[in-house]
Write a protein that binds this ligand. Structure first.
Ligand code: SAM
Length: 271
């Protein structure tokens, strides 16, 4: 069964503000695969579970037409309010019922979203809408990020992970697909020609505010906030305070580097 999350307008706005786009290494991993399979240049790419368009934008440079799709009207509104290239459009629809004809899509992507889908139904849809020789790239970032700043990176990462540990208690069971590095999603992809890459590292430039905002945008934090707003707010306030004290700075705008690991499942439908 599909899972509804990220639906609220407030959550979508936080998401749009703090979620980062795919970094250079992830983009390169996907583009190299598409080049190897001769899947680009091509007509149509569909980005499923596009949220507010974080991953959708970069596809605009490589396809004639890009459609970002998401089950959440609030996320799609945020995406439309922050448009990228003119060849990108957005629509609200579930990943399990894509409004595209059989064999009409060249490349189907999904960034940090597939674990929320009904995986079997989504895979059937992917197989149906892709043309022969079309490709999928289904990625997620994992939860083992690190935060880097001068010589206190280890301590900052520990503070970040302690905060995550508190939030993980409120995470949905589907986060297990991320924790197993998309192994289940890889196995469910019905193409014999496929591979899974689990060690894609991207340094993302951030600020202290950005790191805290990223945690606020997590669905587990939003669940925590609904169940205990005071404790949830004070967890983030305390985390920010500890980070600033550790760094010896007072501004939440202070730049830090967020080192993110991605997992990516890549596959090509037989011709
Ligand atoms: C963690 S966000 C990822 C958004 C964006 N792709 C990114 O890289 O940041 C997951 C997105 O998947 C969407 N989603 C969840 N279940 C879905 C489903 N069954 N069909 C389509 N979208 C879904 C949510 O609304 C949300 O926008």
């Amino acid at each position: 069964m599909a899972t509804k999350r990220f639906e609220g307008r407030e959550h979508a706005a936080v998401y749009q503000k703090y979620r980062f786009a795919p970094g250079k290494e992830l983009k390169q991993t996907i583009l190299s695969y598409l080049q190897e399979k001769k899947a680009i240049p091509a007509e149509l790419a569909v980005d499923v579970g596009c949220g507010s368009g974080q991953g959708t934008h970069f596809l605009g440079e490589h396809f004639k037409k890009v459609v970002g799709t998401d089950i959440s009207a609030a996320q799609i509104q945020e995406a439309k309010d922050n448009p990228g290239m003119p060849n990108i459009s957005y629509l609200v629809c579930p990943a399990e019922e894509l409004p595209f004809q059989d064999g009409s899509v060249d490349v189907l992507t999904s960034f940090t979203a597939a674990h929320w889908f009904d995986i079997e139904r989504f895979m059937r849809e992917a197989e149906r809408v892709l043309r022969p020789g079309g490709c999928v790239a289904i990625s997620t970032y994992t939860v083992d990020m690190s935060v880097r700043y001068g010589d206190c990176s280890e301590k900052l990462t520990q503070i970040f992970r302690e905060c995550w540990d508190q939030m993980l208690k409120y995470s949905h069971a589907r986060v297990k697909y991320v924790l197993d590095n998309y192994q289940v999603i890889f196995e469910a992809l019905p193409f014999p020609d496929k591979k899974r890459v689990t060690d894609i590292y991207d340094p993302i430039p951030m600020t202290v505010e950005g790191v805290v905002g990223y945690m606020e945008s997590a669905s587990s934090y939003q669940t925590f906030k609904k169940s205990d707003p005071t404790a949830a707010t004070s967890l983030l306030q305390e985390t920010e305070k500890r980070m600033l004290e550790t760094m010896g700075v007072s501004s939440r705008e202070t730049p830090v580097e967020f080192l993110v690991r991605h997992v990516c499942v890549l596959g090509c439908k037989g011709r």
